[in-house]
Design a binder for this molecule. Structure first.
Ligand SMILES: [Zn+2]
Ligand SMILES: [Zn+2]
Length: 152
């Protein structure tokens, strides 16, 4: 099965072939980070025209912005390994250790100020505005809303 990295922009249906050694990590049109794997089940055969993950059934289109927010806050804003309560260790590990497999652009963004030009400026500003208290609240809501799919 052909696997793609998909654009996290809510109105984008673009996918980019996840070739080995591919350098693309943002959408060429939106400059939004590309998502390479399903956060919920770890499946890597995402297809741009599917709304739902073909493996676990989660609504990828509806959840990808939230998933992006979690990775961005943990890797770029906080820059430390967060406990990410109330997620289970499997998901905490995805965010803290395997983040490049999910969002390859995170490696650039966490590297410093130059990385901020890699993604859309408004998105960058929007995600940086989320405060610590709001983030904890956000995580609570995220895990409650998606508990059917956060099964690992
Ligand atoms: Zn796009
Ligand atoms: Zn899935």
């Amino acid at each position: 099965m052909t696997s793609y990295s998909i654009c996290t922009h809510p109105e984008c249906n673009k996918g980019y072939l996840s070739e080995i050694g591919s350098k693309r990590n943002v959408c060429g049109i939106h400059k939004y980070p590309l998502l390479a794997k399903c956060f919920f089940c770890g499946e890597s055969s995402l297809t741009p025209e599917d709304t739902f993950c073909t493996f676990c059934g989660v609504n990828i289109k509806e959840t990808m912005k939230d998933v992006l927010t979690i990775f961005f806050i943990a890797k770029v804003v906080a820059g430390v390994k967060l406990k990410l309560h109330p997620l289970t260790p499997v998901y905490v590990n995805r965010v803290n250790e395997d983040y490049k497999e999910y969002f390859p652009v995170m490696a650039l963004l966490e590297a410093g100020p130059n990385g901020k030009h890699s993604i859309d400026e408004n998105l960058n500003r929007e995600l940086r505005k989320i405060e610590e208290d709001d983030f904890n609240d956000f995580l609570d809501k995220f895990s409650k809303k998606n508990k059917t799919y956060l099964t690992q």
